[in-house]
Each structure stands twice: as structure tokens, then as C-alpha cells.
Design a protein around this ligand. Structure first.
Ligand code: MG
Length: 207
């Protein structure tokens, strides 16, 4: 039995050749896989957050890397801030479904582009991270918007100051080793949102 067949049946549906597009879409929506792993029925996936964390790790990004960016931009605003506070904030941001969907969308486009599966004209545009493309930043704003205008300001700062892993992702994308067109902005978006979340919490604690 093929993996696709197993996944379709496990998801409660039977995928068959000639099925109408909407039937195929419904079947595909019930399965998720990380890097060639056996697809898992989405109903059995306890937490999409864990899937996204695994996806980030596959692309070389750990929560700790994102937390270091958060620490860098918030340490002067809160005495006693610890790196583990930043890790926890990143983890909480990743709990939001819109954040998970933004990461899934962008990283999937990066991977498909890297593997040559995105046809022209879009594929080459994504592969060279064309300067006027800008949809990567727009997608990242879907993450920062969760925490209001402070998130937007933090993201603008990180877009210019490529701190820590942001520089590594950007450089790996520019020298042709990887397609990180979406990933660098999405990671900056998560860091900006996690920093904003901490700022909101401190404000609420003080007022
Ligand atoms: Mg980008």
C-alpha cells in the first residue's frame, strides 16, 4: 500500500484517481508530513505547533535562536530579563494558529522553490529574493499583527538590523545555498511578536 493511500484512508477518506479537485483538496488537508516522514492524519496531530517547530528545525532555526533576537531587542527595556523568558514567549507566539499558518505557507514555498517545483515566473523571482517582491514581508506582518503596533515597529527594526540568525539566514539565501526568501522574514516576525508580547505583559503588570 502506498503512503498516500495509507494517509487517505487514515484520514477517513479514500483518495482515488479521477476524484474531483475539491475531494483531493479535502484529502490533502487531512495529512501533514515533515521532510519525507510518513504523513500524519491532522486529526491525530495533537499540536500543530510541534509540527511548525520541527519544520523550523529542518530549516536550521531553533527556538533558542529566535529567543536570542528577542533578548537582544528587549534586554534594555526590562532589567532582569532572562533568555528563558524569551524562549517561553517565542513558544507562546507559536501557539497562535495564524502564526502557524503563516510559517507553514512561507516555509513550504521556500522548500518548493529550492526543489525547483515552483514554475516561472514566480519560481525564479522567489529563488533570487527579488527586491520588489515584498510578499515575504507582508506574510510576516500577519504574525506581528497579532501583538499590535509594537510588533510592527519591532519587525521594521529587525528588517534593517539582521541580528543573530537573521544574518545567517539572509546570507545563506543570498549566496545560493538556500532559498530563505520567506524564512528570514517569518523568523523576524516571530521574534518581533514575542518581544511585543513581553512588552504588553510588563505594561499590564505595571498598570
Ligand atoms: Mg525575505
Amino acid at each position: 500500500m502506498t503512503t498516500a493511500r495509507r494517509a487517505g484512508e487514515a484520514g477517513g477518506g479514500r483518495r482515488r484517481a479521477g476524484a474531483r479537485p475539491e475531494e483531493r483538496d479535502a484529502a490533502d488537508d487531512r495529512t501533514l508530513a515533515v521532510g519525507g516522514a510518513k504523513p500524519t492524519p491532522i486529526e491525530e496531530m495533537a499540536d500543530l505547533r510541534e509540527h511548525v517547530i520541527a519544520l523550523l528545525a529542518e530549516r536550521g532555526v531553533r527556538l533558542h535562536d529566535i529567543a536570542e533576537i528577542v533578548y537582544h531587542i528587549q534586554r534594555d527595556h526590562h532589567l532582569g530579563l532572562r533568555l528563558e523568558d524569551c524562549v517561553e514567549s517565542v513558544y507562546e507566539v507559536l501557539r497562535k494558529r495564524e502564526v502557524q499558518y503563516a510559517l507553514l505557507t512561507g516555509i513550504t514555498l521556500d522548500v518548493l522553490t529550492e526543489e525547483g517545483h515552483v514554475p516561472p515566473p514566480l519560481g525564479p523571482i522567489l529563488a533570487r529574493d527579488a527586491s520588489l517582491y515584498g510578499i515575504d514581508e507582508v506574510l510576516a506582518l500577519a504574525i506581528t499583527n497579532v501583538y499590535g503596533s509594537i510588533g510592527f515597529t519591532n519587525f521594521g527594526y529587525l528588517d534593517k538590523q539582521k541580528i543573530g540568525i537573521l544574518a545567517r539566514l539572509h546570507n545563506a539565501g543570498k549566496d545560493g545555498r538556500r532559498v530563505n526568501t520567506f524564512l528570514d522574514d517569518l523568523v523576524a516576525g516571530v521574534a518581533a511578536a514575542a518581544a511585543s508580547r513581553l512588552a504588553h505583559r510588563w505594561h499590564n503588570a505595571e498598570s
